[in-house]
Design a protein around this ligand. Structure first.
Ligand code: NAP
Length: 276
């Protein structure tokens, strides 16, 4: 088993994820895994970084596929005995003018952004070594979506005692409510992406709390963040930040020094903690 440190970035064949891998290759003192659901797109991205003189490694990972997540988990366990840095970056968003029925958008978006991200956490968090860093890429949109929720839902999502099961049930209820056409009546905002990112932010708060309770001595720091509005296939060419600029906050959180005991369980934007 290797003693080398290891970092993994999900959905890193393009966009912000690729920029995070580039920065980690330059700054992280260990192996950096670029992952992609499609090996062809992943290898092409690895080749691109190699041409820049960097040495990323590759592993297939489709976060929608539990077998794929478990294959990566077993690989990391066997080769490294765990992992040091996990960046949950993979995500999807329907375009504003997409005519796919809202209930379908809700199901598909929540499946990847919330449920699949949670599956990655369930499988990989137990592997994170002492002083490990976990970064869940959420969005400022989770704030506006939270403000669009009923007072009752806002209270639940801001609660310091909400459990992971309760959060999962709420996310599943949103999808069911869209299918019944009652999501607005039930207090939800009209944004599937926004609700999925509420899920990512609240999940991060819960996971940080669990780390405090169960692994306090391990000094693991776990946070949610917003990369900003970034020029990628998701956000388009009018966005204000380059992918490299978008990678800055996730990379800052991934490389928090071992002497740091904060931020933890926070939502961080422009390297600054924002009140949830
Ligand atoms: P992007 O250019 O569309 O890249 C998304 C990445 O996620 C791609 O590599 C994509 O792979 C991957 N992905 C999607 N579904 C996956 C799955 N099931 N398994 C594995 N990988 C999967 O988007 P981006 O702008 O870089 O977004 C990265 C993250 O930042 C997302 O979580 C997004 O919500 C968040 N974010 C972005 C912005 C922004 O302004 N761009 C703002 C706030 C938050 P494929 O190439 O195979 O599709």
């Amino acid at each position: 088993m290797s003693n080398v440190q290891v970092a993994v970035v999900t959905g890193s064949n393009k966009g912000i994820g690729l920029a995070i891998v580039r920065a980690l290759c330059q700054q992280f003192p260990g192996d950096v895994y670029l992952t992609s659901r499609d090996p062809g797109r992943g290898q092409a991205a690895v080749t691109q970084l190699q041409q820049e003189g960097l040495r990323p490694l590759f592993h297939q990972l489709d976060i929608d596929d539990l077998q794929s997540i478990r294959a990566l988990r077993d690989f990391l366990k066997e080769k490294y005995g765990g992992l040091n840095v996990l960046v949950n970056n993979a995500g999807i968003a329907f375009k504003v003018h997409d005519t796919t029925p809202f209930a379908v958008q809700a199901e598909v978006t929540l499946k990847t952004n919330f449920f699949a991200t949670r599956n990655v956490c369930t499988e990989l968090l137990p592997l994170v070594k002492p002083y490990g860093r976990v970064v869940n890429v959420s969005s400022m949109v989770s704030f506006s979506a939270l403000k669009g929720c009923s007072q009752e839902l806002q209270q639940k999502f801001r609660s310091d005692t909400i459990t992971e099961d309760e959060l999962v049930q709420l996310m599943a209820k949103f999808v069911e409510d869209t299918k019944k056409g009652v999501h607005e009546k039930e207090g939800w905002p009209n944004t599937a992406y926004g609700v999925s990112k509420i899920g990512v932010t609240v999940l991060s708060r819960i996971q940080a709390r669990l780390l405090n309770e169960q692994r306090r001595g391990d000094h693991i720091l776990l946070n949610a963040c917003c990369p900003g509005w970034v020029r990628t296939d998701m956000a388009g060419p009018k966005a204000t930040k380059s992918p490299e600029e978008g990678a800055e906050t996730p990379v800052y959180l991934a490389l928090l020094p071992s002497s740091a005991d904060a931020p933890h369980g926070q939502f961080v934007s422009d390297k600054t903690v924002k009140p949830w």
